[in-house]
Design a protein. Structure first.
Length: 117
Protein backbone atom coordinates (compact mmCIF):
# COMPACT_ATOMS: atom_id res chain seq x y z
CA UNK A 1 0.00 0.00 0.00
CA UNK A 2 1.40 3.42 -0.93
CA UNK A 3 1.57 6.52 1.24
CA UNK A 4 -1.43 7.91 -0.64
CA UNK A 5 -3.51 4.82 0.22
CA UNK A 6 -2.37 4.70 3.83
CA UNK A 7 -3.01 8.41 4.35
CA UNK A 8 -6.53 8.08 2.97
CA UNK A 9 -7.08 4.92 5.04
CA UNK A 10 -6.11 6.73 8.26
CA UNK A 11 -8.48 9.58 7.52
CA UNK A 12 -11.42 7.31 6.72
CA UNK A 13 -10.81 4.89 9.61
CA UNK A 14 -10.90 7.82 11.98
CA UNK A 15 -14.02 9.28 10.39
CA UNK A 16 -12.34 12.57 9.53
CA UNK A 17 -13.13 15.04 6.79
CA UNK A 18 -10.23 16.39 4.78
CA UNK A 19 -10.43 19.60 6.82
CA UNK A 20 -10.32 17.66 10.11
CA UNK A 21 -7.38 15.62 8.81
CA UNK A 22 -5.53 18.83 7.97
CA UNK A 23 -6.18 20.21 11.45
CA UNK A 24 -5.19 16.95 13.16
CA UNK A 25 -1.89 16.75 11.30
CA UNK A 26 -1.24 20.49 11.29
CA UNK A 27 -1.14 21.02 7.53
CA UNK A 28 -3.24 22.92 5.00
CA UNK A 29 -6.27 21.17 3.48
CA UNK A 30 -4.74 21.66 0.02
CA UNK A 31 -1.89 19.37 1.06
CA UNK A 32 -4.35 16.73 2.29
CA UNK A 33 -6.04 16.80 -1.12
CA UNK A 34 -2.69 16.55 -2.93
CA UNK A 35 -1.55 13.61 -0.79
CA UNK A 36 -4.82 11.76 -1.33
CA UNK A 37 -4.66 12.39 -5.09
CA UNK A 38 -1.07 11.13 -5.18
CA UNK A 39 0.10 14.45 -6.63
CA UNK A 40 2.83 15.01 -4.06
CA UNK A 41 4.70 13.23 -1.29
CA UNK A 42 5.06 14.54 2.27
CA UNK A 43 8.20 15.94 3.82
CA UNK A 44 9.85 14.10 6.69
CA UNK A 45 8.32 16.63 9.07
CA UNK A 46 4.80 15.87 7.81
CA UNK A 47 5.45 12.12 7.96
CA UNK A 48 6.41 12.50 11.62
CA UNK A 49 3.30 14.57 12.33
CA UNK A 50 1.02 11.97 10.72
CA UNK A 51 2.74 9.11 12.57
CA UNK A 52 2.46 10.85 15.94
CA UNK A 53 -1.12 12.01 15.37
CA UNK A 54 -2.36 8.51 14.54
CA UNK A 55 0.02 6.32 16.55
CA UNK A 56 1.59 4.60 13.54
CA UNK A 57 5.19 4.30 12.41
CA UNK A 58 6.67 6.24 9.54
CA UNK A 59 7.73 2.89 8.10
CA UNK A 60 4.09 1.81 7.94
CA UNK A 61 3.27 5.04 6.11
CA UNK A 62 5.95 4.83 3.43
CA UNK A 63 6.92 1.20 2.86
CA UNK A 64 4.93 -1.32 0.87
CA UNK A 65 4.06 -4.61 2.58
CA UNK A 66 7.13 -6.88 2.54
CA UNK A 67 9.37 -4.14 1.17
CA UNK A 68 11.55 -4.09 4.25
CA UNK A 69 13.73 -7.06 4.96
CA UNK A 70 13.26 -8.89 8.28
CA UNK A 71 16.78 -7.87 9.27
CA UNK A 72 15.79 -4.25 8.77
CA UNK A 73 12.74 -4.82 10.96
CA UNK A 74 14.94 -6.21 13.73
CA UNK A 75 17.29 -3.23 13.46
CA UNK A 76 14.31 -0.89 13.80
CA UNK A 77 13.18 -2.68 16.94
CA UNK A 78 16.64 -2.37 18.47
CA UNK A 79 16.70 1.30 17.51
CA UNK A 80 13.38 1.77 19.30
CA UNK A 81 14.88 0.15 22.41
CA UNK A 82 17.64 2.77 22.46
CA UNK A 83 15.00 5.45 23.01
CA UNK A 84 13.54 3.73 26.08
CA UNK A 85 14.51 4.58 29.61
CA UNK A 86 17.28 2.66 31.36
CA UNK A 87 14.98 0.33 33.32
CA UNK A 88 13.03 -0.69 30.22
CA UNK A 89 16.28 -1.33 28.29
CA UNK A 90 17.62 -3.50 31.12
CA UNK A 91 14.41 -5.55 31.16
CA UNK A 92 14.57 -6.10 27.42
CA UNK A 93 18.24 -7.10 27.61
CA UNK A 94 17.50 -9.65 30.34
CA UNK A 95 14.78 -11.24 28.21
CA UNK A 96 16.98 -11.14 25.10
CA UNK A 97 19.94 -12.70 26.94
CA UNK A 98 17.69 -15.47 28.24
CA UNK A 99 16.31 -16.20 24.77
CA UNK A 100 19.80 -16.29 23.23
CA UNK A 101 21.03 -18.63 25.97
CA UNK A 102 18.00 -20.87 25.45
CA UNK A 103 18.65 -20.96 21.69
CA UNK A 104 22.35 -21.76 22.17
CA UNK A 105 21.55 -24.49 24.67
CA UNK A 106 19.10 -26.14 22.30
CA UNK A 107 21.63 -26.03 19.43
CA UNK A 108 24.69 -27.31 21.24
CA UNK A 109 25.19 -31.07 21.35
CA UNK A 110 24.80 -32.63 24.78
CA UNK A 111 28.10 -33.10 26.56
CA UNK A 112 28.78 -36.66 27.54
CA UNK A 113 29.79 -37.30 31.08
CA UNK A 114 33.51 -37.71 31.68
CA UNK A 115 34.47 -41.34 32.18
CA UNK A 116 35.06 -42.34 35.77
CA UNK A 117 37.75 -44.84 36.73
Amino acid sequence: MSFTERFLQLRKQNGLTQQQMAETVGIHITQVKRYEAGETQPSLEVLKKVAVAFGVTTDWLIFEEGEREPQDELKLKFEAVTHMDEEERRSILVVLDAMILRYQTKRSPPKSAAPTN
